[in-house]
Design a protein around this ligand. Structure first.
Ligand SMILES: Nc1ncnc2c1ncn2[C@@H]1O[C@H](COP(=O)(O)OP(=O)(O)OP(=O)(O)O)[C@@H](O)[C@H]1O
Ligand SMILES: [Mg+2]
Length: 248
């Protein structure tokens, strides 16, 4: 099971959108994928069509108990599963203080069952995120093509290096989201970012279809399979597959 965490302390950069659509992209390629909503705000749970107050088993239960068979929700497309969250996760985060490997220990139960697990992080750098960073083999950092976002990415990278164990082989890669084509500023920032930071080839452009998909409770990959952005997330899934193959 390849372990991916999607993180950026900045809010609203496309973390949850990337978790849902990369997960759907890999599932459409025939991979079995587990999505973990590690955000107490439950963006991923909501965007996949569930009411956080109604879900009976959440990632908070999963982290607190020792179930041998955690209950997962099946979502569209086939092969895609969700461990949802709700606000209970804030209490769990408080209890996690200074424990870095709780998530790593718990998620071992899915080894062998899934090809990929993708953890969607909250926009913070608290103990939940530390647990996700320590667990991950690849950390994907969605960023907007703006100068200030790029500066904060540099800071995040320093922090990432200080959190990780010295013998960790985890990789970090930026993903440009909400890209506006044909603006000089975007082009310039993209170029500087690529020079300074490992960045996916794939760039995700801006469209209101993501917002429509969230309202419908389905990934854009499912709702608008022929859109430009569905093709982009498919390309991202292929880049991730290539990385996974090289890693084995
Ligand atoms: N490429 C895109 N083009 C246009 N809108 C987008 C794009 N990606 C995401 N969005 C929209 O931007 C908003 C924020 O996206 P998303 O929830 O994925 O960000 P996030 O980083 O998970 O936010 P948070 O930090 O609050 O969890 C959502 O309304 C989403 O539909
Ligand atoms: Mg989010």
């Amino acid at each position: 099971m390849r372990r991916l965490a999607i993180t950026n302390q900045k809010g609203g950069v496309g973390k949850t959108t990337t978790a849902a659509n990369l997960g759907a992209g890999l599932a459409l390629m025939g991979k079995k994928v587990l999505l973990v909503d590690l955000d107490p705000q439950s963006g991923l749970t909501v965007s996949l069509g569930f009411d956080p107050q109604e879900v009976s088993y959440t990632v908070a239960d999963f982290l607190e108990s020792s179930d041998s068979k955690p209950k997962l929700l099946s979502v569209e497309p086939d092969n895609l599963y969700l461990l949802p969250s709700n606000y209970d996760l804030t209490v769990v985060e408080y209890q996690l203080q200074r424990k870095r490997k709780v998530l790593s220990e718990k998620l071992k139960i899915f080894e062998g069952e899934f090809d990929y697990a993708i953890v969607d992080c909250p926009p913070s750098l608290g103990w939940l995120v530390v647990n996700a960073l320590v667990w991950a083999e690849m950390v994907i950092v969605p960023v907007q093509a703006e100068y200030l976002s790029m500066i904060s990415l540099g800071r995040f990278n320093q922090l990432f290096n200080s959190i990780m164990d010295p013998d960790s082989s985890a990789e970090i890669r930026a993903l440009i989201t909400m890209y506006m084509k044909r603006t000089y500023h975007s082009e310039e920032v993209l170029q500087i970012l690529r020079e300074r930071f490992p960045t996916f080839e794939t760039v995700i452009t801006r469209t209101v279809k993501f917002a429509y998909s969230t309202v419908a409770g389905k990934p854009l990959m499912v709702m608008y399979p022929d859109s430009e952005q569905a093709r982009q997330y498919k390309n991202l899934a292929m880049e991730v597959e290539k990385w996974a193959k090289n890693r084995q």
